[in-house]
Design a protein around this ligand. Sequence first.
Ligand code: NAD
Ligand code: MLT
Length: 543
Amino acid sequence: MTKFRIGVLDPIASEGLELLRAASDFEFEERVGLKGDELRSSLADFDGVIIRSGVKITAESLTGNRRLKAIVRAGVGTDNIDKEAATRLGIVVMNTPSGNTLSTAEHAFALMLALSRSVAPAYAGLCNGKWDRKLYMGTQLADKTLGIVGLGRIGREVALRGLAFRMRVIAYDPFLTDEQATKLGIERVETVAEMLPKVDYLTVHTPLTGETKHLVGKKELASLKPGIRLINCARGGIYDEAALVEGLKNGQIAGVALDVFESEPCTDSPLFGMPGVVCTPHLGASTEEAQTQVAVEGIQLLLNYLGTGEIRHAVNVAALDPKTLASLRSQLDVAYRLGLLVSQWHGGAVAGCNLTYRGNVADRDTKLLTNAFCVGLMERSLEEDINIINAEMLLRERGIELNENRSHEMGAFSSSITAEVHGGQRKVKAAGTVFGHHMPRLVMLDDYRLEAYIDGNLLIFTHQDVPGIIGKVGTAFGQHEVNIAQMAVGRGGNQPGGHAIGVLNLDSQPTQDALDDMLAIDAIDKIQTIELPPAGQLPVWLQ
Ligand code: NAD
Ligand code: MLT
């Protein structure tokens, strides 16, 4: 059996490497400091990679990659990964969201205290032989107001520490409710602007987004409470560095502490050396504990995904734990097979699809099921690899509309999935369900109810519901030595004598002569072959 290959592309804690050494089904290699062509060719050598913030996984570095299945970020921020490019290639991107939370919250506090008590310049003074106790008069944190923008994992820990220091804590986060704020013992404000004139310390714990970029810029300087101290342990660019310089110079700002910079690595900044400034080189997560945790967690994510398909902490797809995967596998298979079937039964360019989940399946993670359907729908017409990570994106990129409906009413089956697709002048419909534990079945095709296998070589024919059809079809195929393994028929309106549909499950592909003989049968008006995976064969991404 070929072993999965894992690339360690940034230095990670030895505990993570130990896990890799102990994983006998995996091989790994450390290749750090890669860029350009070297990075692109290396990424194509691995099934999964683990990175920190050093290496930049750009769209270009992923060009033409047909091997990589997972990128794990040992840390929180995934801004050094082009997630859109990864998703398009079906690569899952995962992070370790909580491993460095405490260390980063502590670092924000270390900087806040260092600013308040001039720790860095006082020590530098001592090193230069100066014992100056007046110059470094500080301020205490107790009874001051701390403003926090972003009350996620780190922001909350910072809030708790602020309260422990007897600070008044005010927070802004679009997802923070009054109830949560009251429970935490802090105040909630509606906007950042409302907070700026009130706070003695401002700390940010959000990602860098269009909304958070330059959240404090030149325009905001005048609204800051005079003597404010600003801390950033989140992402460079949330404060406009040029505005910070201006605010320090004009005295509006008393202190600035940055762990992160607009451009990193940053070894030259007008802020460096200014009074009231203390900076660190992106050290928020640099503790033994945090690094061990993110390395171990990150490697486990990779091993589990490659080994079992478990998806945790993905930033570009819904989670899929082993229990859910096991319990959903048959439904995912049905959804995938329905996609394959309707794309062939429709036969043309699809403009839109409607999926309806009925009964128990409506309570499950239907997004995953929809993705599985999309894989089936497009797989045959795409050159690129498609899986449940990139399927929906590829579908929408092609301008195909996708709607999902759920109904808890069971109908004839405890669970069923109905897929309708339309495009051009044609509209087709198919519904599937699972019999027993893993027996996918087609239970409706267009408006005909039936019970057919949904695997292998199918032949669908529509015909007038007249006596003798089944015998004639059997004879035609018998003459061409095509064995019919199973046959199902459905009648329009369940009434005899009208229009009907037949689905044959064949042991081999019929020849064109066999198909011509079948089409020559008077009552038959349309035939269509459908190729599906054999019974029990799951797509790679479901195994
Ligand atoms: P998180 O996802 O748990 O929390 C982020 C919070 O920001 C969320 O609650 C979100 O609602 C909020 N938010 C988003 N946009 C906002 C906006 N416009 N205004 C206000 N709030 C907004 O993330 P986290 O783990 O707490 O990490 C926070 C940041 O810290 C991330 O950018 C992460 O990359 C960074 N980080 C830095 C270091 C370091 O070494 N300096 C270490 C870990 C994390
Ligand atoms: C993160 O996003 O986790 C941080 O930037 C920490 C890091 O990786 O060094």
